[in-house]
Design a protein around this ligand. Structure first.
Ligand code: HEM
Length: 353
């Protein structure tokens, strides 16, 4: 499904479109998952209820106040240091890939060692939602080792005492979730919270480089930062698509879909459906992008969206203070993934304010 109305309807009808048979192409009613399934993204009610509640409490806007302040200071330091060295740099390699990895693993409470495994792991998880093509098979031999590293980082004894990880174990101690769920929810944060934000931040900054009038507009009115990030997630849709499996025979717009079918929901297409959006292909801070499905919709809607917004606004605040214009300064390069759409490299030149 590619139209907004149908994609939205399927996302909000978990009874007919389940996640428990996997949210990728492969059907776990008949195929073996490459790792134990997620207890939140790949679970349906009632199993989904307690894990979702536990993670929501920890990642709710109210719970993130102190982190938000630290992240603004961190972004300021990163941008100050970068612009002190050069005004020619790569938006991906020097900013979008650096900032989330600088702050998010600390927020979970992960050990320092081995963090270079985080992006390859997350990248593989998103590749594995698609067909078993070269992107999947080439990374597969390294995955048992990387997955074992990830599992080891989700143990209570290696985590710091105050991060999201420790808070999930505290939720297990209170009986809100089971002891087995805590490490798997930490794994969910690692899987879903790293590459997505790298790509989302990269999309946002690149769209500003491609639309200088929108950058000027946002600098005049910083309240537009939040709109800007959601507009970037709508337009570039870092998570391009997600699957569901039908739990019953169902008819959609005159097409019969039998029970047990995999259905591909193309979030990216729904987010540019001209039936829903005026001028869908333009990056426009005057539009209201709310209602986009870039973070999903319904009971599985992204629990990390506040984190992603805070990261983006920290970086934008730091840049907007110092940078008058951003322009693309060389050939851009895409990074291919079966689910995610992002940039590998975006060379830019900035003029300081
Ligand atoms: C769910 C996108 C950042 C954790 C989702 C879904 C989408 C999405 C489309 C819905 C999947 C579905 O319906 O099956 C994004 C994008 C991000 C982002 C575009 C950044 C720009 C994050 C971050 C975290 C995170 C930073 C962790 C802190 C999760 C989790 C779920 C989820 C755990 C599953 C929720 C559930 O099934 O109830 N995300 N995400 N995401 N996201 Fe995000």
């Amino acid at each position: 499904m590619g139209r907004y109305e149908q994609v939205h309807a399927a996302l909000t009808n978990w009874q007919a479109f389940e996640s428990g048979a996997g949210v990728g192409l492969s059907n776990w009613r008949t195929e073996k998952p490459w790792r134990p399934p997620s207890v939140v993204a790949e679970a349906d009610p009632p199993h989904h209820d307690s894990t979702r509640d536990a993670i929501m409490k920890i990642l709710a806007p109210r719970a993130l106040g102190k982190l938000a302040k630290d992240w603004v200071a961190d972004a300021d330091e990163l941008v100050e240091d970068l612009l002190g060295r050069t005004t020619d740099f790569d938006l991906m390699k020097d900013l979008a890939r650096v900032f989330p990895l600088r702050i998010f693993p600390d927020a979970i409470g992960l050990p320092q060692e081995g963090r270079e495994n985080l992006l390859p792991y997350s990248e593989h998880a998103f590749n594995s939602f698609g067909p078993p093509n070269d992107l999947v098979t080439q990374a597969a031999p390294r995955m048992p080792e990387i997955a074992a590293w990830v599992a080891a980082q989700c143990r209570r004894e290696v985590l710091t005492e105050d991060g999201f990880g420790a808070q999930l174990y505290a939720a297990a101690d209170r009986g809100d979730i089971t002891q087995d769920h805590a490490p798997l929810l930490i794994r969910s944060l690692i899987t879903a919270g790293v590459d997505t934000t790298v790509i989302g931040l990269g999309a946002l900054l690149t769209l500003f480089a491609q639309n200088p009038e929108q950058w000027a507009h946002m600098r005049q009115d910083p309240a537009l930062m939040r709109t800007a990030f959601d507009e970037a997630v709508r337009l570039d849709s870092p998570v391009q698509m997600i699957f569901r499996t039908t739990t019953q025979d169902i008819e959609v717009e005159g097409t019969f879909i039998p029970e047990g079918s995999k259905v591909l929901l193309v979030l990216a297409s729904a987010n540019r459906d001209p039936r829903r959006w005026d001028e869908p292909d333009s990056f426009d801070l005057k539009r209201d992008p709310s209602g986009h499905v870039g973070f999903g919709m319904g009971i599985h809607q992204c629990v990390g969206q506040h984190i992603a917004r805070l990261e983006a606004s920290a970086v934008l605040t730091a840049l907007a203070k110092r940078v008058e214009t951003i322009e693309i300064a060389g050939p851009v390069e895409r990074r291919l993934n079966n689910t995610l759409r992002g940039w590998e490299s975006v060379p830019v030149r900035v003029r300081l304010a």
